[in-house]
Ligand binder design. Structure first.
Ligand code: ASP
Ligand code: MG
Length: 469
């Protein structure tokens, strides 16, 4: 095997103890591969703290960020003290960390003076957690005898200028990687690269969105044409359900890219939703594994898992949603109402999670985050004002406290009986289904239920359809 990319999430590198385990794992894997690339998140909680510091400074608080800088100093210093026995290595690492924390404090001071924080400044500030931690992890690996070197992804991942949510420019990234990373690998260096961050062509720091280190790993995996990408986390793999809801949830051994994409979309916090995009094209297997339980194989994500089409593999629930309905008899056969409805919704920046239209065309309903309901209804009433006065549309209304429960698995559309099995499972507990939609991707069936029935609905589907399916 040639190249392995290993990405460690915040919890996997969130304490000295965790970093030790992560380093042990790297130590065990490197001999098996020609090249190994490590990608790291910030220590757990650090990105939140940095963002909080900047946000409070922008709102006039001149103290909070100082406290945060002090806490981050303690957190990193303690970890370094436990991880490194070499005094010289320790001192130089602490000097580097001090430098980043000074930067943080001075950025926050400026933000406090200006009274605002731009998305661009926020990206520069939130990048500091990964910059610090890549150095900590690299130092530990060096101490373990590996030729590790911390590298900022700002030198490798080139993105557009959408701060906070940047998109990688793959060709430019490939050029940088070929120029700067491949030669290091050929010299035998073990790169420890910051996750989450990149830079514009002009070198201005950007971030790929919260939780973006997974995405960084798959971008690097794709441009390196790696043989495998591993995301190391604190659970044994992708699970059949959220274990807080379903204690007997199990690891799913194999999933397709489409299935994991659907799971991420429907709220399972497994991977950053864009993670699969770069690896799909090259068909690179993506693994989700547990840093704290390395003997568990984890979940393998590939394009075409064998022999599992047509079965429900996982069930998820997304909360905090409302269902908006546009209804009226005069809508029947009138072209353009749906287009105008969704244009009005989009004008408010609301994310539509599910749509369903009655075949009689007397109503369209869709599900959006509850926070967006008031502006969306106002926009709909304005857009459809004429139809409303003419009584072609009777009303635009919303139902709050609903949950989307999604059953995920490839090939559900072409498999008779899946919807019936879901309905039977829910009917057995007298759970009322308010709306249903089949995923256009063929990988999910979603049901809308009342929020107070979400937990029993998920448990029932797990018990009746996944376990006994
Ligand atoms: N540290 C970043 C975040 O907390 C990225 C990541 O952990 O993947 O969002
Ligand atoms: Mg994550």
């Amino acid at each position: 095997m040639r190249t392995l990319v290993m990405k460690f999430g915040g919890t996997s590198v969130g304490s000295a103890q965790a970093i030790k385990l992560a380093a042990d794992l790297v130590l065990r894997e490197t001999p098996k591969w020609q090249h190994t690339v490590v990608v790291v998140s910030a220590m757990r909680g650090v990105t939140d703290a940095l963002i909080h510091g900047a946000a409070t400074a922008a709102h006039g608080d001149d103290q909070a960020y100082r406290g945060i800088a002090a806490d981050l100093r303690v957190k990193h210093t303690l970890a370094v003290a436990e991880l490194l026995s070499n005094a010289e290595a320790r001192t130089s690492l602490l000097v580097a960390i001090e430098g980043y924390l000074d930067e943080f404090a001075s950025f926050c001071r400026s933000i406090h003076v200006l009274g605002e924080v731009t998305p661009r400044a926020m990206d520069t500030i939130s990048s500091l957690g990964e910059r610090m931690n890549a150095r900590v992890v690299a130092a530990r690996l060096q101490e373990a005898g590996l030729p590790a070197r911390a590298i900022d992804a700002t030198d490798l991942i080139v993105t557009d200028q959408r701060f906070q949510q940047a998109t990688p420019l793959m060709d430019a990234t490939r050029e940088r990687v070929d120029a700067h990373l491949v030669p290091l690998l050929e010299q035998g260096v073990l790169p420890v690269i910051t996750g989450f961050i990149g830079a514009t062509r002009d070198g201005i720091t950007t971030t790929l969105g919260r939780g973006g280190s997974d995405y960084s790993a798959s971008i690097l995996g794709a441009v390196l044409n790696a043989d495998e990408v591993w995301t190391l986390t604190d659970v044994d793999g992708v699970l059949t359900a959220d274990p807080r809801i379903v204690p007997e949830a199990r690891v799913i051994p194999e999933l397709s890219y489409a299935e994991v994409g659907e799971l991420a979309y429907f709220g399972a916090k497994v991977l950053h939703p864009k993670t699969i995009h770069p690896v799909i094209e090259h068909n690179i297997p993506l693994w989700v594994k547990n840093t704290f339980n390395p003997t568990c194989p984890g979940t393998r994500i590939v394009s075409d898992p064998m022999g599992t089409r047509g079965t429900v593999k996982a069930v998820t629930a997304i909360t905090g949603l409302s269902m908006v309905t546009v209804e009226g008899r005069g809508m029947m056969g009138v072209p353009g109402i749906a287009a105008r409805t969704f244009a009005a919704v989009a004008s408010q920046g609301a994310n539509v999670l599910m749509i369903s239209q009655a075949s009689s065309e007397q109503s369209i309903c869709f599900v959006i985050p509850t926070a967006d309901v008031t502006p969306v209804i106002a926009a709909l009433e304005e857009e459809l004002a004429l139809e409303i006065t003419r009584r072609d549309i009777d009303r635009v209304w919303s139902m709050s406290d609903i949950v989307i429960v999604s059953a995920v698995g490839a090939g559900l559309r072409g498999t008779p009986g899946v919807a019936a099995a879901l309905f039977n499972a829910l009917a057995a507990q007298a759970i009322n289904v308010i709306a249903i939609a089949q995923g256009s991707s063929d990988c999910s069936i979603s049901l809308v239920v009342n929020a107070d029935q979400a937990t029993p609905a998920v448990r029932q589907i797990h018990e009746q359809v996944i376990n006994h399916g």
